[in-house]
Design a protein around this ligand. Structure first.
Ligand SMILES: [Fe+2]
Length: 399
């Protein structure tokens, strides 16, 4: 990623379909994760500057390249992929490894059009809301779209595919396909597990605005750039992304927020004209330290998934984790968000499964209270099932 890439090469015209920051301009950080075999294409996306990295992983397969969980295909992304194609062969396969992750689903049609010779593989149980549209109307190309599991599995001689789900979410289905690259021991994941670094990712180097925005205490503070501000902004941003409304956060009364808006130095779109409704209580740092302990990023289930996707499906998650832990080649995790690659052995995943089994699950206390409230409301309205692993619903452990 560099600032000398013309802005038109970072243009993403389909952003209104999912209007997330940074909207129509998507910078991409390309990194070689495992030499000659696996690359990462990272972009930012989020709401109100709560921007987290989203990753496409590119794997060299025997006859070319496979794209796992595509990101927005800008001119920059296309150019970088063409460079890889020149060295390693054509893009053969584009994989949408999730049934529910809209942020991963939306870039697929444009990526498929950019590589008209590639086969497109999607998970079964694709769904859309509020209208239930068939895959063809979701933009997956007719004639070259195949369904994981149902129509076989791509590159099955080199890759192992391990589904988590399907789990009944009420409105739709959760299903995610992990993919083990047997040559490197890298396990590609979508949303089920993450590892979050305590330091802000390099993706923010080109434009740290989201970090500096959240580093402040009030809307009339200028956005000052320093390593400390970047780190503080990142920690708060991660608390938002995980808990939506973490316990140490208050929302400022409207009048107070308006009083501090439009302050000198803040009268610009970049600082949202000084509109900043967040008030962090003094103990916010303890919450951040618990989520982001110093040292290597800790492998974890994102809180929002634990509380809203898996609250009553822990057995399915544990069965899947133990299935992953039985892979003797396992060396790296490469999730589609936050840090990667993360060193990980079979024993570590087995220990994570045991830890998740032993500790209280999907609690309603402290940071979890807001997520728990959403879950309770969805349950009361009958929008999510009380027994997602009940009759008629498959789980990883039952397949
Ligand atoms: Fe995701």
């Amino acid at each position: 990623m560099s600032e000398d890439v013309p802005s038109q090469d970072q243009r993403w015209p389909w952003w209104p379909l999912l209007p997330l920051y940074p909207y129509g301009r998507r910078r991409t950080l390309v990194r070689e994760l495992l030499p000659g075999r696996i690359w990462s294409f990272e972009q930012l996306q989020g709401v109100w500057y709560v921007a987290v990295p989203i990753r496409m992983t590119v794997v060299k397969v025997s006859d070319g390249l496979m794209l796992y969980a595509p990101v927005a295909v800008t001119g920059e992304v296309r150019d970088q992929l063409r460079q890889l194609e020149r060295l390693h062969g054509p893009v053969r396969t584009i994989v949408l490894p999730t049934a529910s992750g809209l942020e991963h689903k939306l870039p697929v049609p444009a990526m498929a059009r950019a590589f008209p010779e590639a086969e497109v593989w999607i998970t079964p149980h694709q769904w859309s809301f509020p209208l239930a549209l068939p895959p063809r109307l979701l933009g997956f190309p007719a004639g070259r779209t195949r369904v994981l599991g149902t129509d076989g599995l791509p590159h099955a001689d080199q890759l192992r595919w391990l589904p988590l789900g399907p789990l009944d979410l009420g409105l739709g289905t959760f299903l995610e396909y992990a993919c083990l690259d047997q040559a490197t021991g890298a396990l590609l994941l979508t949303d089920a597990l993450v590892a979050i670094s305590a330091e802000p990712p390099a993706l923010f180097d080109a434009d740290p605005t989201p970090l500096l925005f959240h580093a402040r205490e009030r809307g009339d503070e200028p956005m000052l750039d320093s390593a400390e501000h970047r780190r503080r902004g990142w920690q708060r941003l991660v608390l938002f992304a995980n808990y939506l409304r973490p316990a140490p956060l208050d929302v400022a009364p409207l009048m107070e927020m308006l009083r501090t808006s439009l302050a000198p130095g803040c009268r610009q779109a970049r600082s949202h004209f000084g509109l900043y409704p967040f008030r962090w209580r003094s103990h916010w740092q303890e919450a951040a330290d618990a989520l982001l302990p110093p040292g290597p990023p800790r492998i974890q289930v994102a809180a929002v998934l634990e509380r809203l996707v898996f609250p009553r499906a822990r057995p399915a998650l544990l069965a899947w984790l133990r299935q992953l832990a039985s892979l003797p080649e396992l060396t790296w995790l490469i999730p589609a968000h936050y840090a990667a690659p993360v060193a990980c052995s079979s024993a570590e995943l087995a220990a994570l499964a045991s830890e998740l089994e032993a500790r209280p699950w999907a609690t309603s206390e402290g940071n979890w209270a807001f997520l728990a409230g959403i879950d309770r409301t969805l349950l009361r309205l009958g929008l999510v099932p009380a027994e997602p692993l009940g009759e008629g619903s498959l789980s990883a452990g039952k397949r």
